[in-house]
Write a protein that binds this ligand. Structure first.
Ligand SMILES: [Zn+2]
Length: 90
């Protein structure tokens, strides 16, 4: 009787466990932030980038690097991802 329920429950738990393990934010949706409203829109004046999905903050250099890496990532697929994994073996 509870057989189906048990399967469904286990499936759900397994899926969420995998989801947590694999849900490493790629930080592709970086939003630039400026100190002054006068600077808004000026790439050189960006003080930091913030990831729209996980709210992680990055320096301008890091943000720009990640942005271009993210753009690449959308074009290139598996190979690029493997390269990134070897770059950051954490
Ligand atoms: Zn993120």
């Amino acid at each position: 009787m509870g057989f189906l329920n048990r399967i469904l429950h286990r499936k759900e738990a397994g899926a969420s466990a995998i989801g947590v393990a694999e849900k490493e934010c790629p930080h592709v949706a970086l939003v630039p932030h400026w100190d002054s409203v006068d600077d808004i829109g000026i790439a050189d004046r960006v003080v930091r980038y913030e990831c729209e999905s996980c709210k992680a903050a990055f320096t301008r250099e890091e943000g720009e690097r990640r942005q271009s890496a993210g753009a690449e990532r959308l074009r290139i697929s598996e190979e690029e991802r493997r390269d990134r994994l070897t770059d950051h073996p954490s």
